[in-house]
Design a protein around this ligand. Structure first.
Ligand SMILES: Cc1ncc(C[n+]2csc(CCOP(=O)(O)OP(=O)(O)O)c2C)c(N)n1
Ligand code: SF4
Ligand SMILES: [Mg+2]
Length: 295
């Protein structure tokens, strides 16, 4: 059993007052406690950005990696110790821009990790440039005449790319976010959560009010069918006057990447004696390395 104080970091958040990232931090802690996870069982990995500061503000294992590189780092950590609950927390720029290619390939592998995309539709940390999820025509410091590029939708990419759990939640709804995070973390496989997270300082369009007027809980729909990929794709495409939140796709039949790696079936690598590991998993040294390099 754990409680919220177990996850209390000595660092205080430096986010702007009212930023949607506060809700994500609060809900992540609650979701971890709800599942009875202790700080040493959790690894939070981020990139660089406002939202990527979460590992500093949560007392657990943490890794603040490079901008865009949270996913490969997280997958490496999961392979080294698949007993850890590995959670990626990174921005829309981090996840969909510079890290977009890692997103596509994580979907193909289905690692058992949870990816929280803090989607404020802008580059917050670097003071408000348009991001891959900004709408076409979005006026920012780097697009004074409006962005010419179409927006990416993480839900559409998630369903099309083969992520086995695709969902969305909103920083203006704590209960919904905790429930969605718990469901995502319980899923065995790559779970993606697109979090609508207002940047109150640089994105004056997509505000709490703007989202509140549009979001609805798709899990309450009469035709709710999260196992039906075609239905999920239609829901993922919905964006505008109505924006669905909740789990839209869940595939429980695809094995995780770790389930398919033979050497991991005997237990986490991190807990095993170096000499027990098959030769190709060891760091080869000296003569052995040379011999192998030339044969
Ligand atoms: C390789 C590299 N390129 C660019 C940057 C500059 N940079 C830091 S954060 C960031 C964008 C952050 O936007 P996002 O990921 O959406 O996070 P947010 O700040 O909005 O939470 C950029 C461009 C960097 N640190 N490293
Ligand atoms: S700049 Fe935006 S995303 Fe960054 S802390 Fe401030 S409100 Fe949050
Ligand atoms: Mg952002």
């Amino acid at each position: 059993m754990s409680n919220l104080d177990d996850f209390l970091s000595p660092e205080s958040p430096t986010w702007c007052p009212g930023c949607g990232d506060y809700t994500i931090l609060k809900c992540l802690k609650e979701a971890l406690v709800t599942q009875g996870l202790a700080p040493h069982e959790v690894m939070v990995v981020s990139g660089i950005g406002c939202g990527s500061k979460v590992p500093y503000y949560l007392r657990s294992n943490g890794y603040d990696s490079l901008h865009g590189r949270a996913l490969p780092v997280a997958q490496g950590i999961k392979l080294a110790n698949h007993a850890l609950k590995v959670i990626v927390v990174s921005g829309d720029g981090d996840s969909m821009g510079i890290g977009g290619n890692h997103f596509l390939h994580a979907m193909r592998r289905n690692p058992d990790i949870t990816h929280i995309i803090e989607n404020n539709q802008i580059y917050g940390l670097t003071k408000g440039q348009f991001s891959p999820t900004s709408p076409k025509g979005f006026v920012t410091s780097t697009s004074p005449d409006g962005s010419l590029e179409a927006a990416l939708n993480p839900m559409v990419l998630g369903v099309a790319g083969g992520a086995t759990f695709v969902s969305r939640t909103f920083s203006g709804d704590v209960r919904h976010m905790v429930e969605t995070l718990v469901r995502a973390m319980k899923h065995r496989g790559y779970s993606v959560i697109d979090v609508l997270q207002p940047c109150v300082t640089f994105n004056k369009i997509n505000s709490f009010k703007w989202y509140k007027e549009r979001v609805y809980d798709v899990t309450k729909s009469a035709d709710y069918r999260p196992q039906d990929r075609k239905w999920a794709f239609a829901k993922a495409l919905e964006w505008g006057e109505k924006i669905p939140i909740g789990v839209i796709y869940e595939d429980t039949s695809t094995p995780t990447y770790e389930d398919q790696v033979q050497v991991l079936q005997e237990g986490p690598l991190a807990e095993r004696d170096e000499r027990e590991r098959p030769i190709h998993w060891r760091v080869l040294a000296g003569e052995e390395k040379l011999k192998r390099a030339f044969c």
